[in-house]
Design a binder for this molecule. Structure first.
Ligand SMILES: [Zn+2]
Length: 193
């Protein structure tokens, strides 16, 4: 498969088996018949490069000065997008219920920052990075993700770009038809819950 940037994101997700079907407990606590095993894509630098190129191209005219992402997948996305834009990348790590930019990373006041992540579901991780960048005096210019599975319910009020959006549903545990049907719940990465 060529990785010349012309390949469709859906084809990459299919080829790498990044998309799985069943009954999954997401890190957000929601249940879904679909799970994006995002690290399956991130293990292939050439595919990650192709997708990050879409993000980098989209924001190339925005005078971005630094790219920031949340741990863990967002580190890889931020690094690759920044590499393509020839700027720096930083990442924000979990501390309690927020994410902090540590490790001596500097953000100068007003620095034009692009926030990136792998999969957008509830927007929690990205919100934490946006808050941290603003707390440090940076200006968040845009948000870019590989996969948007929020079904358009999330609005960051800043320019947003996703390589791919999916209409896969997600449910609270109380409201999950898969639970009602008695289908075993899988917690990805930890076997069956
Ligand atoms: Zn369920």
């Amino acid at each position: 498969m060529p990785s010349d940037g012309l390949i469709k994101p859906e084809e990459i997700f299919r080829a790498t088996r990044t998309l799985m079907e069943g009954h999954f407990l997401l890190t957000s606590g929601l249940h879904s018949p679909v799970y994006w095993e995002k690290f399956r894509i991130l293990q292939y630098p050439e595919f990650t490069q192709s997708l990050c190129e879409l993000i980098a191209d989209h924001f190339s005219g925005f005078s971005i000065q630094v790219v920031a992402g949340p741990t863990t997948g967002g580190i890889i996305i931020a690094y690759e997008v920044a590499r393509q834009l020839c700027i720096r990348s930083v990442y924000a790590e979990k501390e309690g219920d927020r994410r902090l930019i540590r490790r001596g990373f500097e953000l100068e006041p007003g620095m034009r920052t692009l926030v990136v992540d792998d999969v957008l579901t509830t927007g929690g991780s990205i919100d934490q990075v946006i808050s941290e960048v603003r707390r440090r005096g940076g200006e968040v210019i845009g948000v870019g993700v590989l996969v948007d599975r929020s079904q358009g319910h999330i609005n960051f009020d800043i320019p947003f770009f996703s390589c791919h959006s999916t209409s896969a549903p997600s449910y609270t545990a109380d409201n999950c038809p898969l639970c009602k049907a008695g289908i075993p719940l899988t917690e990805p990465g930890r076997g069956q819950a």
